[in-house]
Design a protein around this ligand. Structure first.
Ligand code: FES
Ligand SMILES: [Fe+2]
Length: 404
């Protein structure tokens, strides 16, 4: 089978281990996007200039409006399913202005609960890593809740007159698990319309087998920049061989990126180094082979980039803490369970190359851009023909802001 030299190519996953993940077909639209790409050597980029106002990134009113219209209204991707894989486990996720407990009950159903005890309001858990357990016990006076949030126990219950346990469950947030991702609405009064988590996106994520992937690492980064500046770095390939010249750059070349809207989300498709349609034809029967010749990057609107590499993925979720302050959680997922030492070492190298080197370069560029824009001198940003994903994202963003 024709393959493209890739950073991971020095290590082939033994076929006995590969059997753990049976071959999956790509979705029709993943395949169509790849078949529409030119050979890298024949790439021709569109020529245009789109302008974005700098105030998108450095205006406090705009930031507050985005918080209300996007972050408090839309279902947000909070974690991949693999992060909370075990039935009977729970974990605390802080962000978006409140602390949330994600649980997976014994039946495997996921719940999202506001992390606030119904006795006197304390946080119930600080657990940053998933923990197995039947009950969550508030550390203050030991009220306990089951994994669906029901109040299960009150010490010295007789000292509370008229206490109805059925009415004192933890407050629930609307939540859904779809495409291998847990989506939560941050407003507990919101309805449970999850049409935003579009079927078109779920078809792709299911073809990738995201729900069956394995957690390899979760890393947190604090970035002194607006959340959209970080997302922008995952919306164009123009910078790759330039900003990343000393890291990833030599493994890539300038390529044409094809962008599709999948309901409320975006997919960018581009050929890896040396891509030709002939190489594609030899690798298009299974999604895992396809991923060795084509890179897909999804934007889970509004605030996550999902980068699909050859046999692992990075889900980067941006949590705005302020106009110029963002926390990024990077969940690295692997196709296979990384039990063996060899596999673990291989993916550890990939983690160092992405999370340890290239992503920090993106974050530094975002922070530097934020600083530059706050001078107020540059009133407009320019987007050219190699930044087509950014153009699509900002059009989508304005549509959502108008209709919210
Ligand atoms: S505040 Fe939780 S038990 Fe008292
Ligand atoms: Fe980058």
């Amino acid at each position: 089978m024709a393959t493209i030299a890739a950073p991971e190519a020095e290590f082939r996953i033994p076929s006995a281990i590969r059997e753990e993940r049976p071959p999956r077909k790509p979705s029709d639209s993943q395949l169509a996007a790849a078949r529409g790409l030119p050979n890298n050597k024949e790439a021709k980029w569109p020529s245009y200039t789109t302008k974005l106002p700098a105030s998108l990134y450095v205006d406090q009113d705009r930031f507050d409006e985005e918080h209300l219209k996007l972050f408090m209204k839309l279902p947000l991707p909070l974690a991949p399913s693999a992060y909370l894989a075990e039935p009977g486990s729970f974990v605390c996720r802080d962000g978006f202005g409140q602390s949330v407990i994600l649980t997976r009950d014994k039946e495997g159903k996921v719940h999202a609960l506001v992390n606030s005890c119904r006795h006197r309001g304390s946080r119930v858990t600080d657990n940053a890593d998933p923990e197995k357990g039947r009950l969550m016990v508030c550390p203050y006076h030991a009220w306990s809740y089951d994994l669906s949030g029901k109040l299960a126990g009150v010490p010295r219950r007789e000292v509370f007159a008229e206490l109805d346990k059925a009415e004192l469950g933890m407050v629930k947030l609307p939540c859904i698990e779809k495409g291998g991702i847990i989506w939560v609405k941050m407003d507990h009064l919101a309805d449970d319309d999850f049409s935003h988590v579009s079927d078109e996106l779920a078809i792709d994520l299911d073809a990738l087998g995201v729900a069956d992937m394995h957690m390899f690492a979760l890393n947190k980064h604090e970035v002194e920049g607006n959340w959209k500046l970080i997302l922008d770095t995952f919306l164009e390939g123009y910078h790759v061989i330039r900003l990343h010249a000393a890291s990833l750059g030599p493994l890539y070349e300038d390529t044409v990126t094809h962008v599709d809207r999948l309901g409320s989300h975006l997919r960018q498709t581009s050929g890896r180094i040396g891509f030709t349609q002939e190489i594609l034809a030899a690798n298009e029967d299974s999604i895992d082979d396809l991923r060795s010749v084509v890179t897909y990057v999804y934007t889970l609107f509004p605030n996550a980039a999902f980068v699909i590499s050859q046999d692992y993925c990075n889900l980067l979720i941006m949590q705005p803490k302020g106009m110029g302050k963002t926390v990024v959680h990077n969940f690295m997922l692997t196709n296979l369970n990384p039990q063996g030492e060899k596999l673990r070492r291989k993916w550890q190298k990939s983690l160092e190359l992405t999370d340890g080197t290239a992503f920090p370069e993106d974050f530094a560029a975002s922070a530097a851009t934020y600083q530059g824009l706050t001078t107020g001198v540059v009133k407009e940003l320019m987007i050219g023909g190699m930044e087509v994903g950014m153009k699509h994202f900002h059009e989508l963003l304005e549509e959502k802001m108008e209709t919210a």
